[in-house]
Structures are given as structure tokens and as C-alpha cells.
Design a protein around this ligand. Sequence first.
Ligand code: FAD
Length: 341
Amino acid sequence: MPSLQHYSTFGLNASCTSISSFSDVSSFLSLYQPNLPTYILGGGSNSIFVGDFEGAVLVNEIKGITHYDTDTHHFLRVGAGENWHDFVALCMQNQWYGLENLALIPGSVGASPIQNIGAYGKEVNAFIDTVEVVMLTSGDKVLLSNQDCAFGYRDSIFKHKLAEKVLITNVNFKLPKDNVLEVSYGELSSLEDATPERIFEKVIEVRKSKLPDPLVLGNAGSFFKNPVVPLCTFEKIKKQYNNVPHFLVNASDEVAQQSGEPTMVKIPAAWLIDQAGFKGKEYNKVRCHPTQPLVLTNLGDARGEDVIALAKEIITSISALFAIKLEPEVRLIGSEGLITL
Ligand SMILES: Cc1cc2nc3c(=O)[nH]c(=O)nc-3n(C[C@H](O)[C@H](O)[C@H](O)COP(=O)(O)OP(=O)(O)OC[C@H]3O[C@@H](n4cnc5c(N)ncnc54)[C@H](O)[C@@H]3O)c2cc1C
């Protein structure tokens, strides 16, 4: 059974029945066996194999980037197997702006719409025009509009109705020439004379200083989503913790100041986990990262059951302390495929 350790940035020592890569749709269709559990993999930076997977892992290497522009926009068609950060860097070199806040997010372009990647106040859905997919059962090619994708906070149709039903082959981006800079989040607010290039560089600098490098310390980025709770839940927490950090959001999860009335509140999961005393805590070889408790790390030879045990302990504690149910942002894969906690 081939090892998956180097196919996932968390680096657990799990195996699978077979691993193959493909660089076009016809080779994917010749590898795909409908009766065998199949996991499509990009960079493996959001996937943790917590046990041996009894199925085929198919690694997407569809490449290619094309560009044209109009008076108002740059349009880019990008192969799903392109590396996300390299694509953002290429855009910056060519002064195709908009994606600067999303620098240095690991993984592939094809996975970016799946959890609607976001960082520093921007989410990728603002720049996605359409997504090209192939239906796994029929092999039919379908073009999904931005609206079809039903994007939300770390969410999209690819996690629901189309979960494990499609291969994303290309993502088509639409970058406005009148790009609006976003510098209201974290360290970006201290930037003087912000330009897309300065934002790009600052984001890289801050991410390198705060987040563990998966090449050095196995991890899959944020383990949990930031919970979005009703105003009344937030008010209860605030009575006890006056300093609780928060962002007002409206029902569609957008930051309220941008549109509509705030109806919900997003609370940083890292703060909740820190309050519950998990920062730096170790469970066998799995650790809650000391400078960013939202990240769980593999201290070497960690086991899937330890990851699950620590994650469950965190969920139970946060639920008891704050009456909030944390949800994983990572995808956990067991012997038969995706599992939930
Ligand atoms: C250090 C670190 C920092 C991170 N920071 C952020 C951050 O700031 N913001 C953020 O949003 N995320 C962040 N992440 C999470 C991760 O980078 C993103 O989720 C990324 O989009 C995953 O890409 P991937 O190719 O590695 O996905 P994978 O883990 O390979 O796959 C993720 C999911 O997508 C599916 N999939 C992948 N490609 C395809 C395809 N072509 N067709 C169909 N299904 C597919 C897989 O089956 C799986 O369910 C971080 C991760 C790490 C390790």
C-alpha cells in the first residue's frame, strides 16, 4: 500500500490502495473507477488522512494559464493543478491586482473554490467568474457560474450538493482593473501608502512569522472555522469576557460594514481555544500551536487517533465554556473517505 505521508502537509503516516496523477481530463477518466472510493487531491494542505484510506488517490496536475483583458477586467483561465501562490505571484508580476491578500496560501488553484479560501479580509469568490468541472459519473463537462457555486464563509456547493461528485478542471478568474485595496485586517492596517505590492509582501512576511511552515512542522493551517453566532450568543459571552474579539457580519457572512445590517457575529476560534487553555497543549505527538492555537501540528510520528482525540477535546471544551460548536475547516479522511467529528 503506497504511503500518503508526503501527499498531505500534515504528514501522518497513512496509506491508500493506489496513488496516480493525471494532467488532463481523458487520463483522469481512464484512471477513475466509479466503484472504488476515490479521493481527488491537490496539494494536500487541507486534507488529513487520519487512517489508511481503502481507495484510490488521484492527484490533479492539470496545468496552464491563459489571459486576456477588456477595458475593465483581466480574465484568467487557470488549470486546477497550478500552485495557488505561484499563480498569485504571477498576477502581481503582471499588475493583475486583487489577489494580493491571498498570498502564500498553500495548495492548488483547483481547491481554492472548494472552501472559498480567504485571508486578510478577502475571499477568492470575489474574483471567480466561472468554474469548469467534469461530472464524475457521466464524464460530462459543466460550466458553473459564480452564483451556481453558492459561496459562503469557507463554504461552497463543492462541500454540499457537488461534494465528491465533480473534478474541478479549470478556474476562470475576473480581476477588476479598478481594484479596491483591503487593509483593515491585522497588521495590514499599519501599512503606510498601501499598494498591491506592499500588501502582497506584508502578507507574506506576517504569514511566515506567525504560521508554522508545513515543510518544517506538519500542519494543515486552521483546523477549525471561525464560528459565526447569533448576536444573543455573542452578548452572553461578552458579559463574561468583555474583551472578546469579534466581527459583525450579515446573514451571507460578508463583513457587515460592506453591505447590509449585521445579524451575526464572527468570533475568532483561536481566541476561544486560547481561553479554554489549549494553546501549546500537546496530546501525544499532536500540539496546539503556541503562537496560533487554531493550528494543530504534527510533532513527528503523530497518529490519526491523536489528532481526532485532541480535536474532540477542544470541541467539547469550547461547547461547555461558550455553548459554541466548533466545526473543522480541514478535511479528515478515514478508511472509507471523508469523516466528520
Ligand atoms: C500553513 C497553512 C496555511 C493556510 N492558510 C489558509 C488561509 O489563510 N486561508 C484559507 O482559506 N486556507 C488556508 N489553508 C488551507 C489550504 O491551504 C486551502 O484549503 C487550500 O485551498 C487547499 O488546497 P489543496 O490543493 O492543498 O487542497 P487538498 O487538501 O488537496 O484538497 C482539499 C479538498 O479539495 C478537494 N479537491 C482538491 N482539488 C480538487 C479538484 N481539482 N477537483 C475536485 N476536488 C478537489 C479534495 O478532495 C479535498 O476535499 C492553509 C493551509 C496551511 C497548511
